[in-house]
Design a protein. Structure first.
Ligand code: FES
Length: 287
């Protein structure tokens, strides 16, 4: 249904934005892990975005997106007060959140715009009474997302930047490894949300420690209903659909090589489409 943008915040100008949407029905039922599928206008394609936060009292949800292909460029062109043609959700399976008694802790790892989705999951663990350590990483301090928001409820927020401009110099898996070494068996679960190489690195790291690891996959989606097969992934040797079986899976069972290959071919198509879109706009302006 048409959904009004109540608030827009450019988190990283020209690159990443956050929208607060007037979506009371979704806000009243969405749980951590759920996502929505959007269609910006009647010519636009359907694409998924994970819900970064909900406010059931005020009837709003927050979504965060990286301006990458044509669809997110169209979304970025909308301003406060305008409407998105269709926002459908909540979709997918909610995060399975276990209550781990002290001194057990949960590490939530986020990279890129995945930090926004991780924020919702981390909040779910916090609300369940778990001790939450958030680990977030970026290339530099200007690209860090949700540091302030996570600091409001997480027990600890650890930061890494590639260039050392904020937090520890290095990559986010360095932070996780250090905690796994120092905390030993107190780490009950690691949750990873972000670029596929990051989630794969987290899963490979935690495998050696035997720690339960959950990743949230960002597969290509079309219908979001388990009918088209676009979002298929292999988990534990079985075919799964990210939209209805996920988006969260056991990170130690995901075939990341297959996922990376499918996403790479999709991005090549997206780039061509974005180029075509730009050319078309240019022609219209010239005419
Ligand atoms: S998006 Fe079509 S099966 Fe998942």
């Amino acid at each position: 249904m048409p959904t009004k943008i109540l608030h827009k915040e450019k988190l990283i100008p020209g690159r990443t934005s956050k929208l607060v949407l007037d979506a009371p029905q979704i806000a009243s039922t969405a749980k951590p892990g759920h996502f929505v599928i959007l269609r910006v206008d009647e010519h636009g394609e359907r694409f998924p975005l994970t819900i970064a936060d909900t406010d059931p009292v005020n009837g709003t949800i927050s979504i965060v997106y990286l301006v990458l292909g044509r669809s997110t460029q169209l979304l970025e062109e909308l301003e406060e007060g305008q409407e998105i043609l269709d926002v459908c959700g909540p979709l997918g399976r909610a995060t399975v959140i276990e209550k781990f008694p002290a001194p057990k802790k949960v590490i939530c790892v986020g990279g890129g715009t995945g930090v926004a989705a991780m924020h919702h999951i981390a909040k779910g663990h916090h609300n369940a009474g778990n001790y939450v350590i958030a680990c977030i990483g970026a290339r530099n301090k200007d690209l860090l997302l949700f540091h302030k928001e996570l600091s409001l409820f997480c027990d600890e927020v650890l930061v890494s930047t590639d260039d050392g401009s904020f937090g520890q110099k290095g990559i986010v898996t360095d932070l996780v490894r250090a905690r796994l070494d120092s905390e030993g068996e107190n780490i009950a679960e690691v949750v990873g949300v972000g670029p596929v190489p990051m989630m794969q690195a987290v899963a490979e790291l935690t495998r050696g420690y035997g720690v339960k690891t959950t990743v949230s996959l960002n597969s290509l989606m079309v219908d979001g209903l388990g009918m088209c097969g676009a979002c298929r992934v292999t988990v534990g040797g079985e075919m799964k659909f990210t939209c209805v079986d996920g988006p969260e899976f056991d990170g130690h069972l995901v075939d990341f090589a297959e996922l990376r290959s499918r996403l790479a071919s999709f991005r090549a198509e997206e780039k061509i489409e974005a180029e075509n879109h730009r050319c078309h706009c240019f022609e219209k302006k010239e005419g």
